[in-house]
Each structure stands twice: as structure tokens, then as C-alpha cells.
Design a protein around this ligand. Structure first.
Ligand code: AMP
Ligand code: ZN
Length: 469
């Protein structure tokens, strides 16, 4: 059974897909005007844990993630760099795909781009116009009239008496206390430069909110199961999406809304001005791996702020080393071809760990509870191995439990091992020789040379082990 906190009902509800066995899931994707920061990746990592939990629960998932490639920010950015919009956003799209791979985030099934969905957006606005809910103002832009939609305010409480009827806001982002009629179609002005599309209301471009309404329903239908994002998307973005879609389509838009809390750095909100703004590349450059960063991003319950720190990355490294040592021990045992069945208590230990882990995740994505199950399993498994109770079959059963847990966590299996370049191997051999000769200066220099090639060499009792940075 799956239970998730639903921002729409403000409580934990049992999750039931509309079509048995199949889930339609939409996640608000990056606005491709800059390199995504690790706060964004907290959000995508949370969505990845959610999706993997659905998959591990035997459900099929159709996952749609949009790429916002036209909005206030992308236009401003492309003009600052004097690049056509498409060329400007492409760089950040490419970086985004590389980054999610590094973080072991499963790709979505479809990545619609806003600029490729303009006809659907115009159609949706036309429907709102025909219903008298949208209107064209003096500035030629088209707005959604919140006074005409009494159901406005499903995610956040709206003080309808304090509503400023007829006040309009053209910007995509605004606070709840400046709630107003929001832009569906923004009339072209000089600041838009080359960017614009023809529409029944003249040349212009879509508002940010209508983009997600159109892109989600294009691929998932007018009513679908799950819609997610960071908590800052709750208002106005998601509130506005609900209003537009439900007013236009005359049916419920989304059954379950899930939002993750923010990532903060050393207790402070991450921002460029505070100098605590990190991209993934920044942290990889400090010598941490994608796997270690993922571990930190998923480790805190998603509805709680995640305090990101280098201390947390160090702890992640330590925890992963414990996992790796356990896995390596099991692999050694499993490799010895001995006859014999899995002892009953080992089989039970393995299957209970996998089942308890999945149950924790099914209870509103309790990753820390799941990690607790994993580390209990490691402790008990190590004890059983110390006591000589684990044969090859038992080790294989325990490895299978780890693999099952890793379907969701995706941190247990060390990086599949990109082939180690010959140059790195040769430098490592020279380093081993230098260490034998107690030439520590040379050994350190060689280690730095290896690091410059993007690798780390670890000295283990079995010889050098290579880790890609
Ligand atoms: P954006 O590219 O700004 O549209 O953001 C992409 C996603 O990241 C959205 O779902 C945001 O809600 C989310 N997000 C932005 N900042 C943070 C943060 N500091 N912590 C967690 N999620 C965030
Ligand atoms: Zn969105």
C-alpha cells in the first residue's frame, strides 16, 4: 500500500492510480536559463525516489518532465548573452541531462519543450477566452480572471474578501499577497526582441503557468495522477495551473500533488548573493562523486528542509564506505563455488530487509527509515558472516536484497566502472613503486596527476582501486 502526503488534501492519503497499475506523473522541469543548482537537484532526486518507489511497487509510470525554454528569465538571459533563445537554452538543456545522469536520476519518458507546445497553449487559452474566464487587457496581454473562478485557492487558502478584483500581474513569479489576475498570453514588447508567436490576440508568448497546463495534459490527459515540484512551485505556479486546467477542461486536473521542501546551505537559503550557491559541477570539482551527492540529497525526509553541508557529504562518504565494505565481503563469499542451500535465517534476514525497506518508502517516502533498515541489515549480515553462518548461496541472497533496495536508493552499487584509462593505470603503478621506495613527494605528485585526469586511486589490501571523480 502506498501512502503519500497530498498538498491538495493537506494530509497523507492512500495513493490509488486512476488506471489500475499505471501512473501518470508530471514533474516541473528546469527553466533552462542557468546551470541547475543542487537545490533544484534535491527536488529532482525526491521525484526520482518517488518514481522508483512506484516502479518497485509494481506500477508502470509514464513520467513527463517539461523544459521551460521560454519565459521571463530565458529571454533576459539570451539577450544578455546576445544569443538566439534556442541556442542559449540548448547549453543548459545539455548540462541538465549530463547532471541527472551523474546523480543516477532515471530519465523521464518525455521531455516536452515549451517552445514546441505553443499551439496547445493557444488552444487552452482560447477555451478560457470562449468561456469568459480569460480576457484581453489594454496592454493586449490575455489574463485569467480569478474573480470568475470561485474555486481559485485549492492548494493555498485565499482570502476572497481581500481579493483585489481586476488587478493584473504580468510577471511569472509573485507572492501570495500580490495575488492577482495572471498572464496567460503576454503581448510582445520590445524587451522580447526576436521571441514571439502569432496568436488570435496578436504576437506574444505564453505565461509560464499555461505552459505546464498544456504540456502535462498533452501527454497525460486532462486528469492524471501525480504532479510534483519544489515547495516554491505551490504558489502561484501550481495554483494557477489548477485554475487554468480545471476552468478550461471542466474536470479535475490532478489527484495528488507532492512538493519537496527546500535545500538550505549551512542553515541559510541558497542564493548567489550569499555565495553559497553550488552547481553540481562545483561540488564534483571539490572531489565528491555523484553517488555521494545523491546520498545527501535523498537522505532527508522530503517534506523537511535539507541542510546541505560538506560535513553531510563527508558522512555520506563514510556511510557509503560501510555499504561498499559489506557488498565487497558478500561478493567475495558469493564467488566461492560451494554447494549448499541458503540457511533459513539468512534467507529471512535478506527478505525481511528488502520488504521492510520497501514498506518504509511506501509510507510517504521515508528514506531515513529505509536507510535505518539497510544499516541494521549490514550490521546483522556482518555478524552472521563473522560467525561463519553465510555460505555462497546466503551471500547471493543478501546481494539480491541489496539489489532490490538499490532499485530505489541507487547508491549501493558503486559506479559501474568506466574503463580506467591506461595513462591512469600507468601513473598508479608508478605511484605504488614510489610509495614502496618511500618517495612520498613523488607519490603525492603522481596522485595529483591522477586527480587532474579525473580519477582517484585508493589503496586497498587487494591493490589500487580506481574511482572516477
Ligand atoms: P526552476 O528551474 O527555478 O523552475 O526550478 C526547478 C525545480 O527546482 C522546481 O520544482 C523548484 O521548486 C525546485 N527548487 C528550486 N530551488 C530549490 C531549493 N533550494 N530546494 C529544493 N527545490 C528547489
Ligand atoms: Zn510547472
Amino acid at each position: 500500500m502506498l501512502n503519500f502526503y497530498n498538498s491538495l488534501t493537506h494530509r497523507v492519503d492512500e495513493f490509488q492510480p486512476i488506471q489500475p497499475g499505471k501512473v501518470g506523473m508530471y514533474t516541473c522541469g528546469p527553466t533552462v536559463y542557468n546551470y541547475a543548482h543542487i537545490g533544484n537537484f534535491r527536488c529532482y532526486a525526491f521525484e526520482d525516489i518517488l518514481k522508483r518507489t512506484l516502479l518497485a511497487s509494481g506500477l508502470q509510470v509514464k513520467h513527463v518532465m517539461n523544459l521551460t525554454d521560454v519565459d521571463d528569465k530565458t529571454i533576459r538571459g539570451s539577450q544578455a548573452e546576445k544569443l538566439p533563445l534556442q541556442q542559449f537554452t540548448q547549453k543548459y538543456k545539455d548540462a541538465f541531462f549530463a547532471d541527472i545522469k551523474t546523480l543516477r536520476i532515471l530519465p523521464a519518458d518525455v521531455y516536452p519543450a515549451a517552445t514546441e507546445t505553443i499551439p496547445e497553449m493557444i488552444q487552452l487559452i482560447q477555451t478560457l477566452f470562449d468561456k469568459g474566464i480569460a480576457y484581453q487587457a489594454d496592454d493586449k496581454s490575455v489574463y485569467f480572471s480569478i474573480a470568475k473562478w470561485p474555486k481559485y485557492g485549492q492548494l493555498v487558502n485565499i482570502d476572497r474578501d481581500a481579493m483585489r478584483v481586476g488587478v493584473r500581474i504580468k510577471m511569472d513569479e509573485y507572492a501570495k499577497d500580490s495575488m492577482a489576475d495572471f498572464a496567460l498570453w503576454k503581448a510582445w514588447d520590445e524587451a522580447d526582441g526576436e521571441v514571439g508567436w502569432d496568436s488570435p490576440w496578436g504576437r506574444g508568448r505564453p505565461g509560464w503557468h499555461i505552459e505546464c497546463s498544456a504540456m502535462s495534459s498533452k501527454y497525460l490527459g486532462k486528469t492524471f495522477d501525480l504532479h510534483c515540484g519544489g515547495i516554491d512551485n505551490l504558489f502561484p505556479h501550481h495554483e494557477d495551473e489548477i485554475a487554468q486546467s480545471e476552468a478550461a477542461n471542466g474536470c479535475k486536473f490532478v489527484n495528488t500533488w507532492m512538493h519537496c521542501a527546500h535545500l538550505v546551505v549551512d542553515g541559510q537559503k541558497m542564493s548567489k548573493s550569499l555565495g553559497n550557491f553550488y552547481t553540481l559541477k562545483d561540488i564534483l570539482g571539490k572531489g565528491y562523486t555523484g553517488r555521494e551527492i545523491r546520498y545527501v540529497l535523498i537522505g532527508t525526509y522530503y517534506r523537511q528542509s535539507l541542510n546541505f553541508s560538506f560535513q553531510a557529504l563527508e558522512e555520506a562518504r563514510g556511510n557509503l564506505q560501510r555499504i561498499d565494505a559489506f557488498t565487497a565481503r558478500l561478493k567475495d563469499l558469493a564467488a566461492v563455488e560451494t554447494a549448499g542451500e541458503t540457511p533459513a535465517e539468512i534467507a529471512a534476514l535478506a527478505s525481511e530487509a528488502a520488504a521492510k525497506f520497501l514498506s518504509a518508502l511506501q509510507e510517504d517516502l521515508n528514506v531515513s527509515g529505509g536507510l535505518g533498515v539497510l544499516f541494521d541489515f549490514i550490521r546483522d549480515g556482518n555478524r552472521a558472516m563473522d560467525a561463519g553462518q553465510v555460505n555462497a548461496a546466503g551471500a547471493k541472497a543478501m546481494l539480491a536484497a541489496l539489489a532490490s533496495i538499490d532499485q530505489i536508493l541507487a547508491v549501493i552499487e558503486p559506479d559501474a566502472g568506466e574503463a580506467v584509462p591506461a595513462e591512469v593505470v600507468s601513473l598508479a603503478e608508478q605511484r605504488t613503486a614510489a610509495r614502496k621506495a618511500k618517495d612520498w613527494t613523488l607519490a603525492d605528485q603522481l596522485r595529483d596527476q591522477i586527480a587532474a585526469l579525473g580519477w582517484e586511486v585508493k589503496d586497498t589490501p587487494k591493490g589500487p582501486q580506481f574511482v572516477k571523480k
